[in-house]
Design a protein around this ligand. Structure first.
Ligand code: ASP
Length: 329
């Protein structure tokens, strides 16, 4: 009989109304598994462990290191697939962290819910059922970490939360999902993972990578407050305007930072790659790349930050950092 390990991290999927108002994490992973109708038809042994019971905005890199270790231990212990129940706010960062740090072929699937278990039309049980079916699917092996929500199978590299409350909040902009779960049966037709694996190094907690979003009229106050000498960050991700742009006035500041720490250039647009050679004005992508900023490829700012954080934890130097990001072109 196939084995699936379910690991609970918290999130809306595990929340219930509290006496003081609002919903808070309260259910354990085995409560979630017990609430899913029809799991017996999957003919699998399902184990459940609660690793955290947190809203996902309060998870940190120490939690992700422990989760990655746990996922690899479950696979080494014989699990054919692993499912993580997780808050949806940061699911995309956790999924990408696992994509980078769990090289095994066994499917690793992250899921959650947009509606809590006591809400009308709660989506948690359906999402958990679909996630377990994907974790058992031979076609899901070797694809890296997957996010399954609303019967869609997304690659960790592309997936984003794109809506605050819709059950269809998860999208893979520009690429679409890798597959669908149809009548409970996973149909997968693509792969998103690149061949990059990094250790889930506990030093990731000590590295500080900032993420700064550019806006019209930005005069660099935030960057300046972050401190230049020494910089307050070990690395920085800039969520640039459009194809990877900043206002001309702050180019000297950005260039000075890039001379001191790795500065990755991504985009705040939510879709598409930063360009390399189109615009030639001060603050354009050409200008910034010439001044030493690192191209993020198709990685959005949050995922670029996860990658840079892990690279810094393994003491990667700038050429290795550039080579790693180049894999996401
Ligand atoms: N705020 C919740 C969380 O990320 C949202 C959710 O799980 O859907 O924990």
């Amino acid at each position: 009989m196939s084995k699936v390990a379910v690991i609970g991290m918290g999130g809306t999927i595990a929340m219930a109304p509290s006496a003081s108002g609002g919903i808070v994490p309260s259910l354990a992973a085995d409560d979630l598994v017990a609430s899913v109708p029809g799991l017996a038809t999957l003919d699998a042994k399902i184990t459940a462990t609660t690793l955290r019971s947190l809203p996902s905005p309060s998870l940190g890199f120490a939690d992700l290191v422990e989760l990655s270790d746990r996922v690899r231990a479950e696979i080494a212990g014989g699990a054919d697939g692993v499912v993580i129940t997780h808050g949806t706010d940061t699911i995309e960062e956790t999924a990408f962290f696992l994509d980078l740090t769990v090289p095994e072929d066994a499917p690793v699937v992250v899921t959650g819910a947009m509606r809590h278990p006591e809400a009308p039309g709660a989506d948690g049980p359906a999402n958990l059922y679909a996630a377990i079916s994907v974790a058992l699917a031979p076609a899901a092996r070797g694809l890296g970490c997957l996010v399954v929500m609303s019967d869609e199978v997304h690659g960790a590299r592309f997936v984003r939360k794109s809506h605050t409350s819709s059950t269809g909040a998860f999208v893979s902009p520009g690429f679409g999902p890798l597959g669908l779960v149809v009548e409970g049966d996973p149909r997968i037709r693509g792969a998103a993972r690149v061949g990059l694996t990094l250790p889930a190094d506990p030093r990731v907690v000590e590295r500080r990578v900032g993420m700064v979003t550019m806006a019209l009229g930005d005069d660099g106050t935030l960057l300046r407050l972050a401190g230049m000498d020494p910089p307050a960050f070990d690395g920085l991700v800039i969520a640039g305007l459009g194809a990877g742009h900043v206002p001309a006035a702050i180019v000297p500041l950005v260039a000075e930072l890039a001379a001191r720490v790795p500065v990755v250039l991504s985009t705040r647009t939510g879709s598409g790659s930063v360009l390399r050679q189109t615009y030639g004005y001060p603050g354009s992508e050409r200008d910034l790349l010439e001044r030493g900023l690192i191209h993020s490829g198709f990685l959005d700012p949050a995922k670029a930050r996860v990658l840079l954080q892990l690279l810094l934890a393994s003491n990667a130097e700038k050429p290795e950092i550039i080579a790693a990001f180049d894999q996401y072109r």
